[in-house]
Design a protein around this ligand. Sequence first.
Ligand code: GRF
Length: 187
Amino acid sequence: MVKKSACIFISGKGSNLNNLIKRSRDYNFPIKIKLVISNRKKAFGLNYAKKNLIPHLVIDSKYGNNDNKILQILKKYRIEIICLAGYMKIISKDFLRSYKKKIINIHPSILPKFKGLNTFSRILKKGEISSGCTVHFVNEKLDSGKIILIKKFFINSKDNENTLKKRTQKLEHFAFPEALIKIFRNI
Ligand code: GRF
């Protein structure tokens, strides 16, 4: 199969990145990870790129918008699809235009509920009976692009922010690869 060239954007732990690296070793998996970009030098996830000899760059967002610089780099690597895996930065409109319908994000709630930050505490405060994760295309509005896939589980009385996070991440590691397979199935 001809794999699409992907870049994974991260800011932190990188468990989704690690999972995508493992899955993309599969001959039938639709993407090949050509590049990892982090906006934080200290993002732990960079270690997974290093360990697997995947080109990786830190493009620090502290000093303003670097989207043009990132776009040039993506061009150089001929990147066709971008996966935001815990990337804590808003993507500019110009950037979105250049990669229309080619940027996907994973969010730790059942969208459209609980967009934005501090998801788990808000879910618990609201007394929700279920939670999950959503993979969606990225558009100009935060966590509002077309939904590709949702995975759910039931919250129980013993759940706290920690367990909710763990249970959600476990599902994320199935959801992200599945969403990519779904997107490219018919191409
Ligand atoms: C995930 O929970 C994802 O839903 C959110 O950021 C987190 C990233 O986790 N957008 P990791 O860095 O992949 O471990």
